[in-house]
Design a protein around this ligand. Structure first.
Ligand SMILES: NC(=O)C1=CN([C@@H]2O[C@H](COP(=O)(O)OP(=O)(O)OC[C@H]3O[C@@H](n4cnc5c(N)ncnc54)[C@H](OP(=O)(O)O)[C@@H]3O)[C@@H](O)[C@H]2O)C=CC1
Ligand SMILES: O=C(CO)COP(=O)(O)O
Length: 333
C-alpha cells in the first residue's frame, strides 16, 4: 500500500522533502502563504525559497492544514523549531490516531529546551515520533546531487517502511534507533557552523576551520552523550556528516550568519537581510543552559553565544578559545 504524506512547512527544506516524497507517494504540502501554494500548484516552483528549481508535478499544495493531514499516513513537520509547537497543535485535531510524525527541524525550543520529537510526544502521545536528518543542504538535493540521510525512530519496522517514502536513487536514507542522538546532532552542529563561518569571514584559514569542526564534534558529542544520545551516532551522518557539510558550505544559513559576523556586520542587520531561518542563533541560548545543567564544557558554543548575545567581538571570541587550557585529546564522552 502506498502511504500518503502530509508535510507542514513550505520553506526550502519542507518543499524539497515534499518534492522528493511526491515521487514515491501522494504528497500534500501545507504552507500558510497563499502565493506560495498557488505557485507550487500552478507553476511547480517555489522561487522565494528554491530559486530556479522545478518541483515534482504531482506535488499538491494547500493552505488548509485539515486537507493536508486528514488522510495522511505520515505527517512530516517542516517548520522551524520555534513555530513547531503551534503548527502541530493546529494540525492535531485533524490527524488520525497512530499516524507517525517525522521532524525535519534542526533546533531546540527556547521556552522548554525540548527536542522536536519530545514536543511531538507531549502533544500527540501514542503517535510514533521520528526525525529525518543528516548532511542535506536543500538546494543541492533539488538539483539532483547525491546525498545521504538518516531516519531515526525507536520502532525499526516503522522506520524501514518510511525509508521507502523518503528515498530516491540519489537520496539514500539509512535507519537509526537513536532518536536523541540524531536529533541533537542536527541542532547542535548549527552553532559550530556559525563558528566555522565566522572563521571563514575573518579569513582565519583552513586549519582553523578543521580545528573548529573537530573540536566542535567533541563538544557536541559530550553534551549529546550526557543527554542520552549514543556516541556512535555523533560519528555518523547526523553528527560528523552534517557538521562537515554545514561548516564548510556557503549554502548553509548558519555558516552565512557566522561569515557575516566575521566580516564585521552586526547580528540584527544579518538576520534582517535573510529570508530564511538560521536555527543556530536561537539554539545557542538553549545550549548554554543545557551545558550548565549537564556540567559539560562547550567552549566553542560558549564563545558563539557571547558574540551573539553578550556583545563579544569576533576577535575576543577567538582569543577566548585560545585561552582554554589545552588538555589531552581525550574521548569526547
Ligand atoms: N534548508 C535546508 O537545507 C535544511 C533545513 N533543515 C531544517 O528544516 C527546518 C525548516 O527549514 P527551512 O525549510 O530551510 O526554512 P526556511 O526559512 O526556508 O522556511 C521556513 C518555512 O517555515 C514557515 N513558517 C515559519 N514560521 C511559521 C509558522 N509560525 N507557521 C507556519 N509556517 C511557518 C515559513 O513560512 P512563510 O514563507 O510563510 O514565512 C517557511 O515556509 C529548520 O529547522 C532547518 O534547520 C534541515 C535540513 C536541511
Ligand atoms: O542542516 C542543513 C544541512 O544539513 C542546513 O543548514 P543551514 O540551516 O545552516 O542552511
Amino acid at each position: 500500500m502506498k502511504l500518503q504524506v502530509g508535510l507542514l512547512g513550505g520553506g526550502s527544506w519542507g518543499t524539497t522533502v515534499a518534492s522528493l516524497t511526491a515521487k514515491n507517494s501522494k504528497t500534500i504540502l501545507w504552507a500558510r502563504n497563499q502565493e506560495t501554494v498557488d505557485e507550487i500548484n500552478n507553476s511547480h516552483t517555489n522561487e522565494k525559497y528554491l530559486p530556479d528549481a522545478k518541483l515534482t508535478h504531482s506535488l499538491q499544495a494547500s493552505t488548509s492544514i485539515r486537507e493536508t493531514v486528514e488522510e495522511a499516513d505520515v505527517i512530516v513537520m517542516g517548520v522551524p523549531a520555534q513555530s513547531f509547537r503551534e503548527v502541530l497543535k493546529e494540525a492535531k485535531p485533524h490527524i488520525r490516531p497512530w499516524v507517525p510524525i517525522i521532524n525535519l527541524a534542526k533546533g531546540l525550543e527556547i521556552s522548554t529546551k525540548k527536542r522536536m520529537t519530545e514536543i511531538i510526544e507531549e502533544i500527540m502521545p501514542g503517535h510514533p515520533a521520528g526525525v529525518l536528518t543528516g548532511p542535506n543542504l536543500a538546494k543541492e538535493i533539488h538539483f539532483g546531487n547525491a546525498a545521504a540521510a538518516v531516519i531515526a525512530m525507536v520502532d525499526k519496522t516503522i522506520a524501514s517502511k518510511l525509508q521507502d517514502v523518503f528515498s530516491s536513487g540519489l537520496f539514500r536514507v539509512y535507519t537509526n534507533t537513536d532518536v536523541i542522538g540524531c536529533e541533537l546532532g542536527g541542532a547542535l552542529k548549527n552553532i559550530i557552523a556559525i563558528a566555522s563561518g565566522m572563521g571563514d569571514g575573518a579569513d582565519a584559514g583552513d586549519n582553523t576551520r578543521a580545528a573548529i569542526i573537530t573540536r566542535g564534534l567533541a563538544e557536541l558529542t559530550r553534551l549529546g552523550i550526557a543527554m542520552g544520545g549514543k556516541k556512535q551516532t555523533f560519528y555518523g551522518l547526523a553528527g560528523m556528516g552534517d557538521l562537515v557539510a554545514t561548516c564548510s558550505s556557503s549554502q548553509s544559513r548558519n555558516h552565512h550568519v557566522g561569515f557575516e559576523l566575521g566580516k564585521g556586520k552586526n547580528l540584527e542587520q544579518i538576520i534582517n537581510e535573510m529570508n530564511e531561518v538560521a536555527e543556530g542563533v536561537k539554539t545557542a541560548k538553549v545550549v548554554m543552559e543545557l551545558a550548565k545543567k549537564y556540567k559539560v564544557d562547550m567552549p566553542i558554543s560558549e564563545q558563539i553565544y557571547k558574540v551573539l548575545y553578550e556583545g563579544s567581538t569576533v576577535n575576543e571570541a577567538f582569543k577566548g578559545l585560545l585561552r582554554y587550557e589545552v588538555g589531552s585529546e581525550k574521548e569526547p564522552g
